[in-house]
Write a protein that binds this ligand. Structure first.
Ligand code: SF4
Length: 192
């Protein structure tokens, strides 16, 4: 089916219809020549029951069963996946938006098809906090991880934007490290 573009995406929301969904581009800057848009993608059918299965297939995503939203960082975009809507921040224009929408709709379709072989994510609440991570870090604010402070790094790990092993001094061992790694694993974080 060919896309139906109702309005130019440059100044006001446009709607493009595809089989199974439609999407709009929201101009963040409100400038005619802007290259910063957010995507609002509306799904024709609710995927509420599919969320725990989709969460199991999206690497690095954050999902707490019962909240009705999956959050994931995707190449600098913040993606929110809701039962009937997907939002994606900061795309450059229609082509990128079109590719990202197709990518997420394909992920939905594939998850539906493979559902019986997927172990759903059913954990209720994260059992880890930024302070749990910070407590085990060396606390020297050396910057080797790329963050200015250990606190900033701990927050990045908690948000799944950094991995714990990027703190190089931790490689020499630290009191409480094994316990923290177990806690991260239990909460679905990538742990080496
Ligand atoms: S590398 Fe480790 S000790 Fe250094 S700032 Fe980053 S978290 Fe802190």
């Amino acid at each position: 089916m060919s896309p139906k573009i109702l309005e130019s995406p440059s100044m006001q929301p446009s709607v493009t219809s595809r089989e199974g969904y439609s999407f709009s581009l929201v101009n963040i800057d409100c400038l005619r020549d802007s290259t910063h848009f957010n995507i609002v993608m509306d799904l024709e059918a609710s995927i509420e029951e599919l969320l725990p299965y989709l969460a199991a297939r999206l690497p690095g995503c954050t999902y707490t069963h019962g909240t009705g939203v999956i959050n994931v960082m995707d190449a600098g975009h913040i993606v929110g996946i809701y039962p009937e809507r997907i939002t994606v921040t900061d795309v450059t224009g229609f082509e990128e938006a079109s590719e990202l929408c197709a990518k997420y709709f394909t992920a939905i379709r594939e998850t539906q098809a493979d559902r019986s072989s997927i172990t759903p994510v059913l954990r209720k609440r994260p059992t880890i906090t930024v302070m749990d991570i910070l407590r085990v870090l060396p606390g020297t604010n050396c910057g080797a991880c790329g963050s200015a402070t250990c606190m900033a790094f701990a927050a990045g790990v908690f948000r799944r934007e950094s991995i714990i092993w990027a703190c190089l001094p931790l490689h020499d061992g630290s009191e409480g490290l094994e316990g923290l790694l177990d806690q991260l694993r239990d909460n679905g974080y990538p742990v080496p």
